[in-house]
Design a protein around this ligand. Sequence first.
Ligand SMILES: [Zn+2]
Length: 108
Amino acid sequence: MKCENKCGQNAVFEFDCGDDFILKLCSECRANLDDGFSEALQFFDYKHLPKDLQKISEPFSKLAIRMIWMFSDSYQREMGLQKLLEAKDCAVRCAIMQRDYSINEELN
Ligand SMILES: [Zn+2]
């Protein structure tokens, strides 16, 4: 499995970007991604969430990785990631509100 960056090295990192696009990178190319990569992605991490919220959050995470990979660092990319993060947070809150609502309904 070769690095997506066409550097000739073997890939050791895989990032699932959805739609059958798996970003595969070697350690060097992973390290060379701009500093924003890890910083941005920590807020899109979803594996720690309960299963139902993981499902809501996961597509946003995949899109964030794809955006970081496809577009070079720019103000528009930063804005896009910020808005995507806000959209993700809103979607998760919607899911929590609906979950609480259905729990309340079950109690009544
Ligand atoms: Zn590479």
